[in-house]
Design a protein around this ligand. Sequence first.
Ligand code: CO8
Length: 262
Amino acid sequence: VLEVPEFEHLRYEVEDGIALVTLARPKALNALSGEVLRELAEVVEVIHQDPEVRAVIFTGEGKAFVAGADISEIAALSDVFVSREYSLLGQEVMNAVAALPVPTIAAINGYALGGGLELALACDLRVASVKAKLGLPEVGLGLIPGFGGTQRLPRLIGQGRALDLILTGRHVSAEEALQLGLVNRVAEDALEAAKDLARTILKNGPVALALAKEAVARGADVPLAEALEIEADLFGLACSTQDMREGTRAFLEKRAPEFKGE
Ligand code: CO8
Protein backbone atom coordinates (compact mmCIF):
# COMPACT_ATOMS: atom_id res chain seq x y z
CA VAL A 1 0.00 0.00 0.00
CA LEU A 2 1.30 3.41 -1.00
CA GLU A 3 2.08 5.61 2.00
CA VAL A 4 0.81 9.15 1.61
CA PRO A 5 2.50 11.58 4.01
CA GLU A 6 0.52 14.12 6.04
CA PHE A 7 0.56 17.51 4.34
CA GLU A 8 0.09 20.83 6.08
CA HIS A 9 -0.39 23.12 3.09
CA LEU A 10 -2.06 20.92 0.52
CA ARG A 11 -4.73 18.26 0.17
CA TYR A 12 -4.38 15.13 -1.93
CA GLU A 13 -7.30 12.96 -3.02
CA VAL A 14 -7.74 10.37 -5.76
CA GLU A 15 -11.17 9.66 -7.25
CA ASP A 16 -11.83 7.49 -10.30
CA GLY A 17 -8.16 7.63 -11.27
CA ILE A 18 -8.02 11.44 -11.10
CA ALA A 19 -5.66 12.83 -8.47
CA LEU A 20 -6.62 16.22 -7.11
CA VAL A 21 -3.91 18.34 -5.50
CA THR A 22 -5.33 21.41 -3.75
CA LEU A 23 -2.84 24.03 -2.60
CA ALA A 24 -4.31 25.12 0.72
CA ARG A 25 -2.58 28.03 2.37
CA PRO A 26 -5.39 30.53 1.72
CA LYS A 27 -4.21 33.16 4.23
CA ALA A 28 -1.23 33.83 1.95
CA LEU A 29 -3.21 33.16 -1.26
CA ASN A 30 -1.46 29.75 -1.47
CA ALA A 31 1.93 31.40 -1.99
CA LEU A 32 4.72 28.88 -2.52
CA SER A 33 6.89 29.09 0.56
CA GLY A 34 9.87 26.73 0.80
CA GLU A 35 7.66 24.48 2.91
CA VAL A 36 4.85 24.43 0.31
CA LEU A 37 7.36 23.73 -2.46
CA ARG A 38 8.74 20.81 -0.43
CA GLU A 39 5.22 19.38 0.03
CA LEU A 40 4.50 19.89 -3.66
CA ALA A 41 7.65 17.93 -4.51
CA GLU A 42 6.55 15.17 -2.13
CA VAL A 43 3.04 14.90 -3.54
CA VAL A 44 4.41 14.73 -7.08
CA GLU A 45 6.66 11.88 -5.95
CA VAL A 46 3.60 10.10 -4.46
CA ILE A 47 1.75 10.54 -7.77
CA HIS A 48 4.74 9.19 -9.70
CA GLN A 49 4.49 6.01 -7.60
CA ASP A 50 0.72 5.59 -7.49
CA PRO A 51 -0.44 3.20 -10.24
CA GLU A 52 -4.09 4.21 -9.60
CA VAL A 53 -3.48 7.77 -10.83
CA ARG A 54 -4.33 8.27 -14.53
CA ALA A 55 -4.61 12.09 -14.56
CA VAL A 56 -3.78 14.93 -12.19
CA ILE A 57 -5.52 18.23 -11.46
CA PHE A 58 -3.82 21.02 -9.51
CA THR A 59 -6.00 23.73 -7.98
CA GLY A 60 -6.05 26.25 -5.13
CA GLU A 61 -8.27 26.82 -2.12
CA GLY A 62 -10.08 30.15 -1.80
CA LYS A 63 -9.72 33.09 -4.17
CA ALA A 64 -6.29 32.19 -5.54
CA PHE A 65 -4.81 29.34 -7.51
CA VAL A 66 -1.33 30.37 -6.32
CA ALA A 67 -0.30 34.05 -5.91
CA GLY A 68 3.37 33.29 -6.51
CA ALA A 69 6.45 32.38 -4.58
CA ASP A 70 6.35 33.64 -0.99
CA ILE A 71 7.49 37.27 -1.20
CA SER A 72 8.42 37.40 2.49
CA GLU A 73 10.97 34.61 1.87
CA ILE A 74 12.20 36.14 -1.40
CA ALA A 75 12.70 39.49 0.34
CA ALA A 76 15.38 37.87 2.49
CA LEU A 77 17.44 36.74 -0.53
CA SER A 78 20.51 38.72 -1.52
CA ASP A 79 23.43 36.36 -2.11
CA VAL A 80 23.69 35.51 -5.83
CA PHE A 81 24.50 31.85 -5.29
CA VAL A 82 21.90 31.19 -2.59
CA SER A 83 19.23 32.89 -4.73
CA ARG A 84 20.29 30.86 -7.75
CA GLU A 85 19.89 27.68 -5.70
CA TYR A 86 16.40 28.84 -4.70
CA SER A 87 15.49 29.29 -8.36
CA LEU A 88 16.94 25.86 -9.25
CA LEU A 89 14.99 24.23 -6.42
CA GLY A 90 11.71 25.71 -7.68
CA GLN A 91 12.58 24.72 -11.26
CA GLU A 92 13.22 21.17 -10.10
CA VAL A 93 9.73 20.96 -8.59
CA MET A 94 8.14 22.34 -11.77
CA ASN A 95 10.23 19.91 -13.85
CA ALA A 96 8.94 17.03 -11.71
CA VAL A 97 5.36 18.19 -12.42
CA ALA A 98 6.14 18.43 -16.14
CA ALA A 99 7.72 14.96 -16.10
CA LEU A 100 4.59 13.22 -14.76
CA PRO A 101 3.71 10.57 -17.36
CA VAL A 102 -0.05 11.09 -16.98
CA PRO A 103 -2.01 14.11 -18.27
CA THR A 104 -1.91 17.09 -15.89
CA ILE A 105 -4.36 20.00 -15.75
CA ALA A 106 -4.15 23.27 -13.81
CA ALA A 107 -7.64 24.30 -12.68
CA ILE A 108 -6.96 28.02 -12.27
CA ASN A 109 -9.68 29.06 -9.84
CA GLY A 110 -8.33 32.59 -9.18
CA TYR A 111 -4.99 34.40 -9.13
CA ALA A 112 -2.17 32.54 -10.91
CA LEU A 113 0.75 34.92 -10.55
CA GLY A 114 4.52 34.48 -10.67
CA GLY A 115 5.40 31.04 -9.34
CA GLY A 116 1.69 30.16 -9.49
CA LEU A 117 1.55 30.74 -13.24
CA GLU A 118 4.84 28.84 -13.52
CA LEU A 119 3.18 25.85 -11.83
CA ALA A 120 0.28 26.10 -14.28
CA LEU A 121 2.78 26.30 -17.17
CA ALA A 122 4.39 23.06 -16.02
CA CYS A 123 1.02 21.31 -16.49
CA ASP A 124 -0.13 19.96 -19.87
CA LEU A 125 -3.39 21.92 -19.93
CA ARG A 126 -4.87 24.97 -18.21
CA VAL A 127 -8.52 25.62 -17.45
CA ALA A 128 -9.30 29.07 -16.02
CA SER A 129 -12.31 30.29 -14.10
CA VAL A 130 -13.98 33.42 -15.54
CA LYS A 131 -12.61 35.40 -12.59
CA ALA A 132 -9.01 34.14 -12.83
CA LYS A 133 -6.16 36.64 -13.20
CA LEU A 134 -2.86 35.45 -14.65
CA GLY A 135 0.51 37.12 -14.90
CA LEU A 136 4.22 37.22 -14.23
CA PRO A 137 4.51 40.37 -12.06
CA GLU A 138 8.10 39.70 -10.95
CA VAL A 139 9.68 42.75 -12.62
CA GLY A 140 7.49 44.94 -10.41
CA LEU A 141 9.33 43.43 -7.45
CA GLY A 142 12.72 43.98 -9.08
CA LEU A 143 12.88 40.25 -9.82
CA ILE A 144 12.52 38.05 -12.87
CA PRO A 145 10.52 34.81 -13.05
CA GLY A 146 12.67 32.04 -11.60
CA PHE A 147 10.60 28.85 -11.67
CA GLY A 148 10.65 28.38 -15.45
CA GLY A 149 8.42 31.28 -16.56
CA THR A 150 10.91 33.00 -18.87
CA GLN A 151 11.32 29.70 -20.75
CA ARG A 152 7.97 27.89 -20.63
CA LEU A 153 5.81 30.94 -21.39
CA PRO A 154 7.53 31.88 -24.72
CA ARG A 155 7.54 28.20 -25.72
CA LEU A 156 3.78 28.08 -25.13
CA ILE A 157 2.57 31.42 -26.55
CA GLY A 158 5.57 32.79 -28.53
CA GLN A 159 8.24 35.31 -27.59
CA GLY A 160 6.39 38.50 -28.46
CA ARG A 161 3.33 37.70 -26.39
CA ALA A 162 5.43 36.30 -23.56
CA LEU A 163 7.58 39.44 -23.42
CA ASP A 164 4.41 41.57 -23.26
CA LEU A 165 3.44 39.75 -20.06
CA ILE A 166 6.97 39.47 -18.63
CA LEU A 167 8.00 43.11 -19.23
CA THR A 168 4.72 44.76 -18.21
CA GLY A 169 4.04 42.37 -15.34
CA ARG A 170 0.34 43.01 -16.00
CA HIS A 171 -2.45 40.67 -14.95
CA VAL A 172 -4.51 39.26 -17.82
CA SER A 173 -8.13 38.12 -17.58
CA ALA A 174 -9.17 34.54 -18.31
CA GLU A 175 -10.67 35.71 -21.59
CA GLU A 176 -7.42 37.37 -22.73
CA ALA A 177 -5.46 34.34 -21.54
CA LEU A 178 -7.66 32.21 -23.80
CA GLN A 179 -6.99 34.49 -26.78
CA LEU A 180 -3.25 34.33 -26.06
CA GLY A 181 -3.31 30.54 -25.96
CA LEU A 182 -2.19 30.69 -22.35
CA VAL A 183 -5.22 28.70 -21.21
CA ASN A 184 -7.13 26.00 -23.06
CA ARG A 185 -10.62 26.60 -21.63
CA VAL A 186 -12.51 29.20 -19.62
CA ALA A 187 -15.42 28.11 -17.43
CA GLU A 188 -17.58 29.35 -14.55
CA ASP A 189 -16.17 26.58 -12.37
CA ALA A 190 -12.56 25.78 -13.31
CA LEU A 191 -12.37 22.64 -11.20
CA GLU A 192 -15.55 21.08 -12.61
CA ALA A 193 -14.42 21.94 -16.15
CA ALA A 194 -10.98 20.44 -15.44
CA LYS A 195 -12.62 17.24 -14.17
CA ASP A 196 -14.78 17.05 -17.32
CA LEU A 197 -11.68 17.54 -19.45
CA ALA A 198 -9.81 14.83 -17.52
CA ARG A 199 -12.73 12.40 -17.97
CA THR A 200 -12.79 13.10 -21.71
CA ILE A 201 -9.05 12.48 -21.96
CA LEU A 202 -9.30 9.28 -19.93
CA LYS A 203 -11.68 7.67 -22.44
CA ASN A 204 -8.60 7.25 -24.64
CA GLY A 205 -5.92 4.57 -24.49
CA PRO A 206 -3.75 5.11 -21.40
CA VAL A 207 -0.51 3.96 -23.03
CA ALA A 208 -1.23 6.13 -26.06
CA LEU A 209 -1.76 9.14 -23.78
CA ALA A 210 1.62 8.64 -22.14
CA LEU A 211 3.36 8.11 -25.50
CA ALA A 212 1.67 11.15 -27.07
CA LYS A 213 2.72 13.31 -24.14
CA GLU A 214 6.25 11.95 -24.35
CA ALA A 215 6.43 12.65 -28.10
CA VAL A 216 5.37 16.28 -27.65
CA ALA A 217 7.71 16.88 -24.69
CA ARG A 218 10.82 15.25 -26.15
CA GLY A 219 10.23 16.70 -29.61
CA ALA A 220 10.04 20.26 -28.27
CA ASP A 221 13.72 20.36 -27.35
CA VAL A 222 15.34 18.97 -30.52
CA PRO A 223 15.53 19.80 -34.27
CA LEU A 224 12.52 18.74 -36.38
CA ALA A 225 14.24 15.78 -38.11
CA GLU A 226 15.19 14.28 -34.75
CA ALA A 227 11.77 15.08 -33.33
CA LEU A 228 10.09 13.21 -36.18
CA GLU A 229 12.26 10.19 -35.44
CA ILE A 230 11.09 10.33 -31.84
CA GLU A 231 7.50 10.38 -33.12
CA ALA A 232 8.13 7.36 -35.36
CA ASP A 233 9.78 5.43 -32.50
CA LEU A 234 6.85 6.10 -30.17
CA PHE A 235 4.30 5.40 -32.94
CA GLY A 236 6.01 2.02 -33.36
CA LEU A 237 5.71 1.36 -29.65
CA ALA A 238 2.02 2.35 -29.64
CA CYS A 239 1.33 -0.17 -32.39
CA SER A 240 2.81 -2.96 -30.28
CA THR A 241 0.28 -2.48 -27.43
CA GLN A 242 -2.86 -4.42 -26.56
CA ASP A 243 -4.60 -1.05 -26.30
CA MET A 244 -3.96 -0.43 -30.00
CA ARG A 245 -5.31 -3.91 -30.89
CA GLU A 246 -8.42 -3.18 -28.80
CA GLY A 247 -8.90 0.43 -30.05
CA THR A 248 -8.72 -0.44 -33.74
CA ARG A 249 -10.78 -3.66 -33.35
CA ALA A 250 -13.48 -1.83 -31.37
CA PHE A 251 -13.73 0.75 -34.16
CA LEU A 252 -14.12 -1.92 -36.83
CA GLU A 253 -16.68 -3.80 -34.68
CA LYS A 254 -18.58 -0.51 -34.11
CA ARG A 255 -18.35 -0.68 -30.29
CA ALA A 256 -16.68 1.32 -27.52
CA PRO A 257 -13.11 0.23 -26.73
CA GLU A 258 -12.20 -1.27 -23.36
CA PHE A 259 -8.61 -0.22 -22.80
CA LYS A 260 -6.52 -2.04 -20.22
CA GLY A 261 -3.49 0.22 -20.33
CA GLU A 262 -1.11 -2.41 -21.66
N1 CO8 B 1 3.78 35.91 -1.06
C1 CO8 B 1 3.49 36.08 0.25
N2 CO8 B 1 2.31 36.52 0.69
C2 CO8 B 1 1.37 36.81 -0.23
C3 CO8 B 1 1.61 36.66 -1.60
C4 CO8 B 1 2.89 36.18 -2.01
N3 CO8 B 1 3.19 35.97 -3.31
N4 CO8 B 1 0.50 37.05 -2.28
C5 CO8 B 1 -0.40 37.42 -1.35
N5 CO8 B 1 0.12 37.26 -0.11
C6 CO8 B 1 -0.54 37.55 1.17
C7 CO8 B 1 -0.66 39.05 1.40
O1 CO8 B 1 0.53 39.58 1.92
C8 CO8 B 1 -1.81 39.11 2.39
O2 CO8 B 1 -1.32 38.77 3.66
P1 CO8 B 1 -1.88 39.55 4.99
O3 CO8 B 1 -3.35 39.22 5.02
O4 CO8 B 1 -1.11 38.91 6.08
O5 CO8 B 1 -1.62 40.99 4.76
C9 CO8 B 1 -2.70 37.95 1.93
O6 CO8 B 1 -1.88 37.09 1.15
C10 CO8 B 1 -3.86 38.40 1.08
O7 CO8 B 1 -3.36 39.18 0.01
P2 CO8 B 1 -3.87 40.66 -0.34
O8 CO8 B 1 -4.38 41.33 0.89
O9 CO8 B 1 -2.78 41.35 -1.09
O10 CO8 B 1 -5.09 40.30 -1.31
P3 CO8 B 1 -5.69 41.22 -2.45
O11 CO8 B 1 -6.97 40.55 -2.87
O12 CO8 B 1 -5.75 42.65 -2.03
O13 CO8 B 1 -4.63 41.16 -3.66
C11 CO8 B 1 -3.11 40.01 -5.15
C12 CO8 B 1 -4.40 39.92 -4.32
C13 CO8 B 1 -3.31 40.99 -6.29
C14 CO8 B 1 -2.86 38.62 -5.73
C15 CO8 B 1 -1.94 40.48 -4.25
O14 CO8 B 1 -1.92 39.68 -3.10
C16 CO8 B 1 -0.59 40.36 -4.91
O15 CO8 B 1 -0.25 41.16 -5.75
N6 CO8 B 1 0.22 39.33 -4.52
C17 CO8 B 1 1.56 39.16 -4.98
C18 CO8 B 1 1.58 38.63 -6.39
C19 CO8 B 1 3.01 38.53 -6.90
O16 CO8 B 1 3.71 39.51 -7.05
N7 CO8 B 1 3.46 37.28 -7.17
C20 CO8 B 1 4.77 37.03 -7.67
C21 CO8 B 1 5.67 36.69 -6.55
S1 CO8 B 1 7.34 36.51 -7.09
C22 CO8 B 1 7.43 34.98 -7.75
O17 CO8 B 1 6.47 34.23 -7.79
C23 CO8 B 1 8.73 34.57 -8.30
C24 CO8 B 1 8.79 33.06 -8.60
C25 CO8 B 1 10.17 32.66 -8.90
C26 CO8 B 1 11.12 33.05 -7.82
C27 CO8 B 1 12.48 32.62 -8.04
C28 CO8 B 1 13.40 33.45 -7.15
C29 CO8 B 1 14.81 33.15 -7.27
